[in-house]
Design a protein around this ligand. Structure first.
Ligand SMILES: [Zn+2]
Length: 255
């Protein structure tokens, strides 16, 4: 879990920061390639309510009721545990239709207020010299859950293949050297020098085994250097997500 706690002099300051962290979390999930939905939920033992970042997927463990308006127009969404609506109801915000989906919770934020600061006497003297409890917020991202959710969303079971979004890929490039050749080693050295993240497979294995493993590792760009590619003039560069393949000369590979 990635945790963050904030301490404020009053609720206005908490609310302002709460909204800022919501935006920051949406940015983080976007960069991970996850389309997260902000869902109202119970605060459990921590607070009256909370907001969960849920990624809609059929394997999700939570049931979400959300407005079916076209993307972005209405953001009404509630976790079933506190829902005031059900499937087919009218959206209380815009009158659209309420739909049910399954979701995986990848993050959550809570306005804790003085839930902990009051009993723990975490207080400060305000500008009038009065003692006040700090007003608290807490914010979390489930890192391992997020990773698992990315796999859930990006793994293609029909092709037995994973493609990581580039921002969080373990390596940008998977370089495969087939039938060991010095050119692949030279290309590896050059890419490293250019600060490209490269996973280099120069093991003594069959091409088929290397391809099958590369499919599962899921780096966004695959470069193959083989006798065949060298004869044709360089390396075979594949943008794994689109499947676009191009032959590029070894000193002029564009990434
Ligand atoms: Zn709505």
């Amino acid at each position: 879990m990635k945790d963050l706690y904030s301490f404020h002099a009053d609720e206005d300051s908490l609310n302002e920061y709460y909204e800022r962290s919501k935006k920051a979390y949406f940015k983080v999930f976007n960069r991970m390639g996850l389309d997260a939905k902000l869902v109202e939920a119970s605060g459990g033992i921590f607070s009256k309510y909370s907001h969960e970042f849920q990624v809609i997927t059929p394997v999700g463990e939570d049931t979400i009721y959300h407005c079916d308006s076209p993307a972005g127009e209405c953001d009404f969404a509630q976790n079933k545990e506190i829902a005031t609506v059900k499937e087919g109801d009218k959206c209380p915000k815009c009158g659209g239709e309420i739909k049910t989906d399954r979701g995986i919770e990848v993050g959550n934020i809570f306005p804790l207020k003085n839930k902990y600061t009051a009993p723990m006497k975490a207080a400060f003297l305000d500008k009038d010299g009065k003692e006040k409890d700090f007003v608290m917020g807490c914010y979390g991202i489930g890192l391992t859950r997020s990773m698992a959710t990315v796999v859930e969303v990006y793994y293609d079971s029909t092709k037995n293949r994973m493609v990581w979004p580039e921002e969080i890929a373990p390596y940008k490039v998977h370089l495969l050297s087939l039938n060991k050749n010095n050119e692949a080693q030279k290309l590896y050295d050059k890419l490293i020098k250019d600060s490209v993240e490269v996973l280099f497979d120069d093991r003594d294995m069959s091409a088929g085994e290397k391809f099958a493993e590369a499919d599962l590792v899921g780096c966004p760009v695959r470069i193959i250097v083989s006798e065949k590619s060298l004869k044709a003039g360089g390396a075979e560069v594949t943008d794994v997500k689109s499947g676009k393949v191009s032959l590029e000369s070894l000193d002029n590979i564009k990434l």
